[in-house]
Design a protein around this ligand. Structure first.
Ligand code: R5P
Length: 246
């Protein structure tokens, strides 16, 4: 609401061009009608933003890239790889295997595996009710490996903790996780602290409400600052991607 009111104020004050910088685009997970009588919340939020008079959206790691198409205005879709890859590049990744905690995140995890020339494994996640993970099956070999799970969102941390359990059961030596948006709702902090995951690396696209020794926060401020400058100066946003081919 605050964002919509600010956009409205800017419009009524005769702003020439309004860009909404939204590091975490909420409601993005509800991006399709996958069962009867549910909303497509991501599309509704896109409609509301456009109705408010915004001219451009700048955001990062949408839950699904297709959400860009819910808008009929330009969407600058930044990638957190520009933050995470330099962080990982400083570490010894010789024994690392990347993992996606669900089938929907395979493309995301594969981009890291490709960039660092490491293996990729996939966790097949089954949910019977929203916000609760029923079962996880690991597809691929992780025996003796240091696994890094890649995902866009950590909410209750159920997905990650269950994935970590399944990976360790399959023989993984250690499990870390790297996620863009730290929603961290409900018992997320306790779940992380009590889990087998040794480190959870997130960005500050959402301010963290709690603390955990396992959580490392990397700032997305510079990435957004560069993107804002580039769009303001009519320069390329693609120049901010670590590797345009991943
Ligand atoms: C799901 O498709 C997302 O990519 C995340 O895996 C999910 O939102 C994480 O939720 P939670 O932490 O509650 O399991």
């Amino acid at each position: 609401m605050e964002l919509l009111l600010m956009i409205d104020s800017a419009k009524r004050a005769s702003a020439g061009y309004i860009t909404a910088v939204i590091p975490y685009f909420g409601y993005a997970r509800q991006d399709r009608k996958d069962k009867p009588r549910v909303p497509i919340s991501a599309k509704l939020v896109a409609n509301i933003l456009q109705a408010s008079g915004v001219n451009r959206i700048m955001t990062m790691d949408l839950h699904a890239e297709q959400i860009q198409g819910f808008f009929d205005i330009p969407v600058d879709h930044l990638k957190s790889e520009a933050i995470f890859i330099p962080y990982l590049a400083k570490q010894d990744l010789s024994n690392v295997t990347f993992a996606s905690p669900d089938v929907g995140g395979v493309k995301r995890a594969r981009s890291y595996a490709k960039y660092f020339e490491r293996d990729l494994v996939i966790c097949d996640k089954e949910r019977r009710v929203a916000n609760e993970v029923a079962a996880i099956t690991v597809i691929g070999d992780v025996a003796g490996k240091d696994v890094i799970l890649i995902d866009d969102i950590i909410d209750t941390a159920g997905t990650l903790c269950k994935a970590a359990d399944a990976l360790i059961e399959k023989g993984a030596k250690s499990v870390k996780a790297m996620l863009t948006h730290a929603v961290l709702s409900g018992n997320a902090y306790d779940n992380i602290n009590n889990s087998l995951i040794t480190e959870v690396i997130v960005t500050d696209s959402i301010p963290l409400r709690g603390k955990s020794d396992k959580i490392v926060v990397l700032s997305c401020a510079k990435l957004f600052a560069r993107a804002i400058r580039n769009t303001h100066e009519y320069k390329s946003i693609a120049a901010l991607f670590v590797d345009k081919n991943i």
